[in-house]
Design a protein around this ligand. Structure first.
Ligand code: NAG
Ligand code: NAG
Ligand code: NAG
Length: 389
């Protein structure tokens, strides 16, 4: 998501695949990245932050409702690199163990207590050292012209350490980075490759999902000339062959997820990236999409979910966003709409039904497949499907 509220708070030419299957479906859990934004871009704002006050990862009761009642098997959990790796340590293998333990507790709750899958989501836009004005602040990781930037090797070391700690949990999925943008695609590829190589060096077989440049935008995947994701992302090499692509796709005018009105036709806008996935025999997750409760948004959200279920390139999704810190704020529309979030129990500012009631329950939750994968390694090839009991 390009704009969290705390941050100011981001005709299919392809015939539907015959064996199209969604194996993983659920929600993004947003709140690990909360509380670090400063209107004056004051470096260090909200760091390390107070767990449970400035930020959290999940609400257990919200995860219970999503998993038990709505039968979702996937939660994408956002966190900030600057909290996991404090600025005084630098990005790398040294973690703030207190912070890591809070995070691990949430991941264990989702994966071990509830039996669902969890995507680890460093919500950092491929930047490190100043989240105070995300998504634009902070040094681009690996920028050799910026002496304050963390290096590509440091990013690899960070992922190697995180992977080592979750390698024994086959329900954990490694989301390499949220929405890289405004950086050379070669540098992005180098950073992603350093992470994949470091992850596999630990022996971890976990599913990895890779973002693209330009905010991971599906509609833009084949655009941007020589810098287009379609020229780069398939070059990433995974020795364990368990790598999928992580796409974001919003439905508003500028694809930011910042506006109330949905005007962007999902099937039309995803056709290019779907063809690219097919060409390279790649699978994908759409880990961010969303919309408000207008009639157009309802139609387009249904269109998006149907598109994914009909095209075999798509194996998973998480809708933006649940999470305990949204309050009446809307993750769909930062144009000052206070319609609540996908968090169970969230309300609009006027006390009326929130987006959990108006969008999650009647629209998105209806498209959670009856059978999903509930056991075994998260895999680019999916796994055994079963109904949650
Ligand atoms: C590590 O996290 C804890 C809990 O948030 C915090 O109290 C402590 O200051 C952090 N340490 C550093 C070096 O940021
Ligand atoms: C890299 O750092 C230089 C020097 O600060 C800056 O001019 C340039 O914009 C940075 N590149 C990126 C991609 O941020
Ligand atoms: C969307 O939700 C808000 C808040 O509950 C409500 O005021 C508005 O009427 C709803 N819009 C539609 C089209 O249902």
């Amino acid at each position: 998501m390009k704009f969290s509220t705390s941050a100011a708070a981001a005709c299919a030419a392809i015939l539907p695949g015959v064996s199209a299957t969604i194996y993983y479906a659920g929600v993004a859990q947003s709140s690990g990245e909360f509380g670090a934004w400063s209107p004056t871009a004051q470096v260090g704002t909200g760091l390390p932050g107070r767990f449970g006050v400035d930020y959290a990862f999940i609400s257990n009761s919200g995860v219970d409702i999503m998993t038990d009642k709505h039968k979702v098997n996937l939660h994408r959990v956002a966190f900030l690199l600057e909290r996991m790796c404090p600025l005084s340590y630098g990005l790398g293998a040294r973690f703030n163990e207190t912070h890591f333990n809070y995070f691990k507790e949430s991941i264990d709750y989702i994966t071990k207590t509830k039996g669902a899958y969890a995507i680890l989501d460093p919500h950092n836009y491929m930047r490190y050292n100043n989240p105070s004005s995300q998504p634009f602040s902070g040094s681009v990781i690996g920028n050799a012209s910026d002496p304050t930037a963390a290096t590509t090797a440091q990013f690899g070391a960070f992922w190697g350490e995180l992977a080592k700690r979750f390698a024994d949990n086959e329900k954990v999925i490694f989301g390499l980075m949220n929405e890289p943008h405004d950086m050379p695609s070669q540098l992005l590829l180098d950073n992603l490759q350093a992470a994949v190589t470091a992850i596999r060096a630990t022996g971890a077989k976990n599913l990895i999902i890779t973002p693209g440049n330009a905010w991971s935008g599906g509609h833009y995947w084949t655009k941007g000339g020589s810098e287009a994701n379609s020229n780069w992302i398939h070059k990433l090499v995974d020795p364990a062959s368990n790598l999928a692509v992580d796409i974001h796709e919003y439905l508003d005018e500028d694809f930011s997820g910042g506006h109330l009105a949905c005007t962007q036709e999902p099937a039309k806008n995803l056709a290019g990236v779907t063809a690219w996935l097919k060409e390279h025999k790649l699978k994908a997750f759409i880990t961010e999409f969303g919309g408000s409760n207008t009639t157009e948004c309802v139609t387009m959200l249904n269109g998006m979910l149907d598109y994914m279920s009909q095209n075999e390139e798509y194996i998973g999704w998480t809708a933006w966003a649940a999470g305990p810190f949204w309050g009446p704020n809307s993750p769909c529309c930062t144009d000052q709409k206070q319609y609540g979030s996908l968090e169970p129990g969230s309300k609009a500012a006027d006390g009326g039904p929130g987006l959990y009631d108006t969008i999650w329950v009647p629209v998105i939750s209806k498209k959670v497949p009856a059978k999903l994968q509930w056991e075994g390694l998260a895999s680019v090839n999916g796994g055994v499907l079963s109904q949650r009991v």
